[in-house]
Design a protein around this ligand. Structure first.
Ligand code: HEC
Length: 385
């Protein structure tokens, strides 16, 4: 009798099942079943603690699979990155070495997690649950209905070496099972002969892959270059450096109109006129503790190297750069705040401009601080009281 004939037979037994009333009974039953059978399972309406021990289940191997797959994919990725950065596209990125493990850590970490997690889920479904199995003899049986409600079930599979329908029934009775239900394969399903290797399924899968891949290829690589989608990219235009008959000088690239100001930039009318700036601009900041604190911080950091911490011209650069003059000269004392602002903003001879390093407020704060330094070296009578 071939397998097909057996499947045609209406009464092919899948398992003998028994229903129990309490968790204690099912624990006992599971422990007893381990002594006789290897292919059996327990179904309970909720997790019963200690059941894996009672059933003699070892540790699941899936953690090891996750580790092995995650690690291999990580090594594969490391190889891929190394190939890219050493062979295919060697490039210096931000002054780093050609091959720099630190930079690869995030991507290796992500690869390990991602491949480990995804493969675990797929393995669980395919290997452990037997997917893509589309039905199971236990589905839709009175046994399953009760064990997903209020009964505890033991299911002894017919493929077990020690199995015979009568002995299994006796065994379950001996354990005190209240109801014993034989489970048969679904006739319609057994007859349908559906399997993963069915030619119809294989052809369908192949066509599906072909159509979806072909469709994606067509959409992304062909369709976007067809009208009307291509209208944007193939319209009439001149490239920046090309010749151009429209303009007098024959170039596409035109100079900006005279007097054009770049966005975010205003020309400073005082740049070449320190005296005017000294006359017209006044220090907008109040003399508060905060402003003096900012002024001291910025002066110490940006000015003191050349002018000394107290502005006395005692440069710390030991002749490497012309020492800045004292800021306690009558000349500087007599200068208005606006005039000092000009020096800081545009520089003076070898002294560089500090407009890039200091905000406007910081410059004005430094000026208040310089005034305080000047006053501290030549205090007035009243200051000493
Ligand atoms: C790299 C050194 C250096 C730094 C930093 C520097 N200066 Fe000067 N500064 C000089 C030199 C050198 C001169 C003299 C320039 C000249 O020959 O006119 C000068 C001139 C000046 C003058 C004019 C003095 C005068 O008698 O003409 C003032 C005011 C001044 N600096 C303020 C500042 C302030 C405020 C800072 C900080 C924002 C600063 N400097 C940072 C080197 C420096």
């Amino acid at each position: 009798m071939s397998a097909k004939d057996t499947a045609m037979n209406d009464e092919k037994l899948y398992a003998m099942t028994g229903l129990f009333d309490t968790p204690d009974e099912i624990m006992h039953a599971a422990a007893e079943a381990t002594k006789r059978y290897r292919k059996f399972d327990v179904h309970t309406p909720y997790p019963v603690h200690g059941m894996d021990d009672a059933m003699g289940l070892g540790e699941s191997p899936i953690g090891w699979l996750t580790l092995i797959i995650g690690t291999s994919c990580m090594l594969l990725m490391l190889g891929f990155i190394s190939w890219i950065s050493l062979v295919d596209y060697p490039n210096i990125w931000a002054g780093k070495p050609w091959w720099n493990i630190l930079a690869y850590v995030p991507i290796l970490f992500e690869t390990t997690i991602l491949t480990g997690a995804v493969s675990t889920v797929i393995l669980m479904f395919v290997v452990f649950f037997g997917m893509p199995r589309n039905n199971h003899p236990l589905h839709d049986t009175p046994y399953m209905q009760r064990t997903s409600d209020d009964k505890f079930g033991l299911c002894i599979e017919a493929t077990d070496d020690a199995f015979s329908a009568d002995s299994a029934r006796e065994f379950l009775e001996g354990l005190g099972a209240k109801t014993i239900i034989p489970i048969h394969y679904d006739k319609a399903e057994a007859r349908s002969g559906l399997s993963l290797t069915h030619p119809a399924f294989l052809v369908f899968s192949a066509l599906l892959i072909l159509f979806s891949a072909g469709g994606a290829y067509f959409l992304l690589n062909r369709m976007v270059f067809m009208p009307p989608y291509s209208w944007m990219s193939v319209q009439e235009r001149y490239s920046a450096q090309s010749a151009n008959a429209v303009f007098k000088d024959g170039r596409t690239h035109q100079m900006p109109v005279a007097g054009t100001v770049p966005r975010g930039y205003l020309p400073d009318p005082f740049k070449d006129d320190p005296e005017a700036m000294g006359k017209l601009m006044i220090n907008p900041l109040p003399r508060t503790a905060d402003v003096f604190a900012t002024g001291k911080l910025q002066f110490d950091s940006k000015c003191s190297a050349c002018h000394g911490f107290y502005g006395q011209g005692d440069s710390r650069l030991h002749g490497k750069f012309p020492a800045g003059p004292t800021l306690h000269s009558n000349k500087v004392k007599d200068w208005s705040d606006g005039r000092l602002y000009h020096v800081i903003t545009f520089g003076q001879n070898v002294m560089p401009a500090y407009a890039k390093q200091l905000t406007k407020d910081e410059r004005w704060a430094i000026i208040h601080y310089i005034r305080a330094l000047q006053r501290s070296l030549s205090p007035k009578e009243t200051d000493l009281k």
